[in-house]
Design a protein around this ligand. Structure first.
Ligand code: PPS
Ligand code: ADP
Length: 177
């Protein structure tokens, strides 16, 4: 089966993790081999010790991109729900896939910051507002939205199932599902 990396970029609480796991379930049900490279888990192991400076985020994204490409080039669908806030970091990952001939799709989970801060799944927006943390992506740290992603998902106007269906359709259109 053809492997691919599907990178879900977006703000904290945008819906990246939820959609990655929903899509993973659908793909596994169809017999695909799937791995979800979750940002939080990666930061415990592969990227332990990295923080949220621009340089550390870039390093984190390159490491994850490297592993995703390895998996994808071995027939696995690598789903990557990781913020990846900088365009140049994402482009470097895309180029690495291109040079290896490995399919790569960029999906922008484009939930507005107002909705994300309302959801506030991990309480980070509240902590930032209370002055307990700083450098939160989309609030007081940059998020460079992709200009031409393969798909843009408006998660605030859809159910999880509808968003996952749109993702699945993208994979089908590209001959990956
Ligand atoms: N300052 C700050 N900014 C953004 N995110 C923060 C921050 N501090 C902790 N967290 C939590 O770490 C998760 C983001 O890690 P990522 O590896 O996805 O980010 S990055 O691509 O390296 O920027 C992110 O996970 P998600 O909410 O799933 O996106 C947050 O839970
Ligand atoms: N269409 C949708 N797609 C994804 N998540 C959604 C959608 N609608 C509502 N949500 C909710 O938004 C939250 C997103 O949280 P999460 O997936 O952890 O975000 P992230 O990984 O981007 O930080 C979840 O509680 C999820 O149920």
């Amino acid at each position: 089966m053809t492997g691919a990396t599907i990178w879900l970029t977006g703000l904290p609480s945008a819906g990246k993790t939820t959609l990655a796991h929903e899509l993973a379930g659908r793909l596994r049900g169809e017999g695909h081999r799937v791995e979800v490279l979750d940002g939080d888990e990666i930061r415990e192991f592969l990227s332990a010790g990295l923080g949220f400076s621009r340089a550390d985020r870039h390093t984190n994204v390159q490491r994850i991109g490297f592993v995703a490409e390895l998996l994808a080039s071995n027939g696995i669908k690598a789903l990557v729900p990781v913020i990846a806030p900088y365009t140049d970091s994402r482009e470097a990952v895309r180029k690495r896939h291109q040079s290896e001939g490995t399919p790569y799709l960029e999906v922008h989970v484009a939930t507005p910051v107002e909705v994300c801060s309302e959801r506030d799944v991990k309480g980070l927006y509240a902590k930032q507002a209370a002055g307990e943390i700083s450098g939160l992506t989309g609030v007081d740290d940059p998020y460079e939205a992709p200009e031409s992603p393969d798909l843009r998902i408006e998660s605030h106007t859809q159910t999880v199932q509808e968003s996952a269906a749109a993702l699945h359709t993208l994979l089908t259109e590209r001959g990956l599902a």
